[in-house]
Design a protein around this ligand. Structure first.
Ligand code: NAD
Ligand code: IPM
Ligand code: MN
Length: 371
């Protein structure tokens, strides 16, 4: 393919809090990647979350939704603004993100967790225990208790009752299980499926369907089932026992923040949400209102999300250079305060660009994300 024939149209949703700051750094890296690797790039920015409530009085304006549908990929910073926390139902910032995920049909949320060598020594967990960590969390993203009905708060006999419903239909379980087993074949051939089948019927069906898909389609991959409470402990005690971790929407949300303690900060974890034609790429962290607007946010999760985006767009070389640039920036000690460093958000973005596309970098790391 010649350089000029490749062009990618990205819808950018900076969102709230630290979202715009980390998105700026990620876009700087993306722009330099395009220049260095000779592909075209167009991007336009749209509102979501609190910033959209401010301007349009809805958290997911139709212009944003239409732009995402028409794009080759979507880059999202973070949503969530304490000024709008009093909202309920579909007016919540978080509801906009859930609606967008569902609308785009991105049922598979991939959250890779690695502990860079230069972070292992600074981790709150003993470095010897975590250095070999290389986990891919495959989280079901468009079902489960996040979307089940009935839901809401009812009033009866002077008492309020809150209700949510955790439901999975077998086809939803089977399709996410196939994604996890497929990834295991590209990695170390092991899947750990995490559920609460000792208590919940929804988890008993989950386990049965995962077993069926395994036996029928992926007998070459090894499979272990863990209850979520035990899984939480094992992820800290022996993270290197995990390869692909398959789980539902709620457990995946919780366990991915837990595992972020291994590299030492939620700020370094990226994600890709895939399933239909347009992928949604966003760091795992939220809008971190406590540090917003101060140039202190760690942009690495957003930058590595851009790398995952480039993999799915067929720009694997650019993605590998970005990953390598991040490793080199850490090696050079360029880190934000959450990791114990003194660098600003823009310092980290600039260092990644310099190592990835400027001065030349040493260790190319291939990964390649796409389903
Ligand atoms: P959070 O992820 O925003 O922050 C958790 C902790 O991690 C805080 O101490 C924060 O300062 C720190 N942190 C997070 N990202 C960081 C980064 N890049 N650099 C340095 N430190 C970082 O979670 P929260 O405080 O529970 O939620 C805040 C808001 O974000 C809420 O409105 C929540 O709904 C929303 N949220 C949005 C997303 C998303 O947009 N994908 C994800 C999670 C939470
Ligand atoms: C995440 C976030 C979201 C989730 C919220 C903001 C809706 O915590 O992406 O991890 O729970 O999925
Ligand atoms: Mn979360």
């Amino acid at each position: 393919m010649s350089g000029v024939s490749r062009s990618h149209n990205i819808a950018v949703l900076p969102g709230d809090g630290i979202g715009p700051e980390v998105t700026d750094a990620a876009l700087q890296v993306l722009t330099e990647a395009a220049e260095a690797e000779g592909f075209g790039l167009e991007f336009s920015t749209y509102c979501i979350g609190g910033s959209a409530l401010d301007r349009f009085d809805v958290p997911l304006p139709s212009t944003t939704r239409a732009a995402c549908e028409a794009a080759d990929a979507v880059l999202l910073g973070a949503i969530g603004d304490p000024r709008w926390d009093h909202e309920t139902g579909s007016r919540r910032c978080e509801a906009a993100l859930l609606e967008l995920r569902r609308h785009l049909g991105v049922f598979a949320n991939l959250r890779p967790v690695q502990v860079y060598e230069d972070l292992a020594v600074r981790s709150p967990v003993k470095s010897g225990r975590i250095a070999a960590t290389d986990i891919l969390i495959v989280r079901e993203l468009t079902g489960g208790v996040y979307f089940g009905t009935p839901r809401g708060v009812t009033h009866a006999n002077g008492l309020r009752t809150g209700v949510n419903t955790m439901a999975y239909c077998e086809d939803e379980v089977a399709r996410i299980a196939r994604v996890a087993f497929g990834w295991a074949r590209r990695r170390r051939f092991h899947v750990t499926s995490v559920d609460k089948a000792n208590v919940l019927e929804v988890s008993q069906l989950w386990r049965t369907v995962v077993d069926e898909v395994h036996a029928r389609e992926f007998p070459d991959v090894s499979l272990t089932h863990l209850y979520v409470d035990n899984a939480a402990m094992q992820l800290v005690l022996q993270p290197d026992a995990f390869d692909v971790l398959l789980t539902g929407n709620l457990f995946g949300d919780i366990l991915s923040d837990l595992v972020a303690a291994l590299p030492g900060s939620l700020g370094v974890l990226p994600s890709a949400s895939l399933g239909a034609s347009v992928g949604l790429f966003e760091p795992v962290h939220g809008s971190a209102p406590g540090i917003a607007g101060r140039g202190r946010a760690n942009p690495v999760g957003a930058i590595l999300s851009v790398a995952m985006m480039l993999d799915t767009l067929g720009e694997g070389t650019a993605a590998a250079r970005i990953r390598s640039g991040v490793a080199d920036a850490f090696r050079a000690g360029v880190m934000t305060a959450d990791l114990g460093g003194t660098a600003s958000t823009t310092d980290v973005g600039a260092a990644v660009c310099r190592f990835a596309f400027g001065l030349g970098s040493a260790n190319m790391q291939a990964a390649g994300y796409g389903i």
